[in-house]
Design a binder for this molecule. Structure first.
Ligand code: FAD
Ligand code: NAD
Length: 474
């Protein structure tokens, strides 16, 4: 096998593997180096997202949602089931099967597109050479005109609550508990804390979430965050805001936590502790000292608006660079970079990236919040519509939440859409399309939406921007 390529990608997460496939589609000879090993010790392409992130978490969210509905919600439909049980080994094995299907799928896609995978740790050397070190220490060097760095991110570890993989865990550990913990504490009421907290709460764990900040979901629209906080409380998630963990000690009977909140020092003993306080760019050992690639103060690879590092032929994408740590953001950067390398025009619009939290109800948004627009001095108007007045949501017995559309006060251009409720992870796509085409609230309001569907809530919220919603008072 020749060791010369047009493009070498380091990292096969959703940023790297997508970049590799797109570059190959454009006729380039591509290699992709990745060190991730699956449970069987073999190479598992797909990075954090496919192995221990997006896909496995959604598999467990879906299984736990089915169980929760059966045990808590189906009685409203006249459906009852005695002695409903969940078998945790089957629950986890289903997730593992889905992960294997998708990581294997990336391997198949590499084959079909003639992308050469390398299994090992890649290090960028001067002159666009990449040293690949296999698990047994064997080294080989490959080179290319262009190298794309897509090394992703890893969980942030707290110095006083080190991961042990069993009792104090990160996302990977919390996707693999052998049994439902009686008491699970989570540090961080962010996306991972809320999603994985929901999974184990639905299966019967007592879940206590300790969040340092005083406001709940500060980056979401305030109205949406308020509904979310109320609904999660109803579900029994015990979210302690403005609480700072000081100590976590593993003893025979569990993890002993000491934290401080507005009432002073508190103590708590739990079976498991999930630390979900954010992720950091993973650039450890990625760069030889003389490559010229720069890292910022958070160890992220410094890039310009075209994801170029400033070093000839070296690019970087995904969680390892600035911007939101989202799979779809990384994938779009991967496509854009492959297109720039091939001499085409690539593009990523950061203003319309959708954000989704896959709890129950789901949260989804794109664009600016009211708080941001107020700070920026942009004049705006809003319209909203509750799922409680949507026929489909009521028929589903899931009539919780609302859709809020924010439009420019003068031009009517849609500046942001914020949702909480059933199926909003899918409903946001329509709004992203409208925003991408610089649509107005009037545009959304004049589009025919099928009846009865959840999407009518988007339609009514758009009508409500000019106080002409039909199915509510304006
Ligand atoms: P990664 O997916 O982290 O992949 C990087 C890859 O590079 C890894 O395989 C790593 O082993 C490899 N690597 C690193 N350094 C080297 C090296 N030197 N040599 C060789 N290989 C190397 N995002 C969403 O958009 N939606 C979700 O629903 C969602 N859910 C999530 C749930 C959880 C529990 C977690 C943890 C994350 C979730 N995310 C979600 C975030 C998402 O997983 C990341 O944004 C995404 O994986 C980033 O992609 P990436 O390709 O940049 O990096
Ligand atoms: P996050 O940034 O979403 O949340 C971390 C939370 O921890 C924040 O609320 C923060 O204030 C809090 N925190 C930080 N330090 C703390 C401390 N010492 N004590 C108590 N609280 C503390 O991070 P995450 O939940 O770890 O997720 C990491 C990344 O993965 C996110 O950037 C997210 O974009 C991505 N992700 C996305 C999805 C999705 O798209 N649905 C799902 C999971 C993860």
């Amino acid at each position: 096998m020749s060791d010369k390529f047009d493009v070498i990608v380091i990292g096969a997460g959703p940023a790297g593997y997508v970049a590799a496939i797109r570059a190959a589609q454009l006729g380039l000879k591509v290699a992709c180096v990745d060190a991730f090993a699956g449970k069987d010790g073999k190479q598992a392409l797909g990075g954090t997202c496919l192995n221990v992130g997006c896909i496995p978490s959604k598999a467990l969210l879906d299984s736990s949602r089915q169980f929760y509905n059966l045990t808590h919600n189906f009685d409203a439909h006249g459906i009852s089931a005695d002695n409903a049980k969940i078998d945790i080994p089957t629950f986890v094995a289903r997730k593992d099967k889905i992960v294997k299907q998708f990581t294997g799928g990336v391997a198949q896609l590499f084959k079909a597109n003639k992308v050469t995978p390398f299994f090992g740790k890649g290090k960028l050397l001067k002159g666009n050479q990449v040293e690949v070190t296999a698990a047994d220490g064997a080294k080989q060097t490959i080179s290319a005109a262009n190298v794309i760095l897509a090394s992703g991110s890893v969980p942030i570890e707290l110095p006083f609550a080190r991961f042990d993989g069993k009792t104090i865990v990160d996302n990977a550990g919390a996707l693999d508990f052998a049994a439902v913990p009686k008491r699970l504490a989570i540090i961080g009421a962010g996306v991972i804390g809320l999603e994985l907290g929901s999974v184990w709460k639905r299966l019967g764990a007592e879940v206590i979430i300790i969040e340092a900040l005083p406001d709940f979901l500060g980056s979401a629209d305030a109205d949406i965050a308020k509904v979310a906080q109320r609904e999660f409380k109803k579900q029994g998630l015990d979210i302690k805001l403005g609480a700072k963990l000081g100590k976590a000690e593993v003893k025979k009977d569990g993890v002993h936590l000491v934290y401080t909140d507005k009432d002073g020092e508190q103590q708590l003993v739990v079976d498991k502790l999930l630390v979900a306080v954010g992720r950091r760019a993973y650039t450890d050992g990625l760069l030889a000292d003389d490559t010229g690639v720069k890292l910022d103060e958070r160890h992220r690879i410094v890039v310009d608006e075209h994801n170029h590092t400033g070093v000839d032929g070296v690019w970087a994408i995904g969680d390892a660079v600035r911007g939101p740590m989202l799979a779809h953001k990384g994938s779009e950067e991967g496509i854009a970079v492959a297109e720039w390398i091939a001499g085409k025009a690539g593009h990523v619009n950061f203003d319309t990236i959708p954000y989704v939290i896959y709890t129950e109800p789901e949260l989804a948004w794109a664009g600016k919040t009211e708080q941001q627009l107020t700070e920026e001095g942009v004049p705006y108007k809003t319209g909203s519509f509750p799922f409680a007045a949507n026929g489909r949501a009521v028929a589903m017995n899931e009539a919780v939440g609302q859709v809020k559309v924010i439009a420019h006060a003068e031009t009517d251009r849609i500046l942001g859409v914020h949702m909480i409720g059933p199926g909003v992870s899918e409903l946001i796509a329509e709004c992203v399309v409208a925003m991408e085409f610089k649509g107005s609230a009037e545009d959304l309001a004049r589009i025919v939406h099928a009846h009865p569907t959840l999407s009518e809530t988007v339609h009514e919220a758009a009508l409500s921007v000019d106080k002409r919603a039909i199915h509510k008072g304006n």
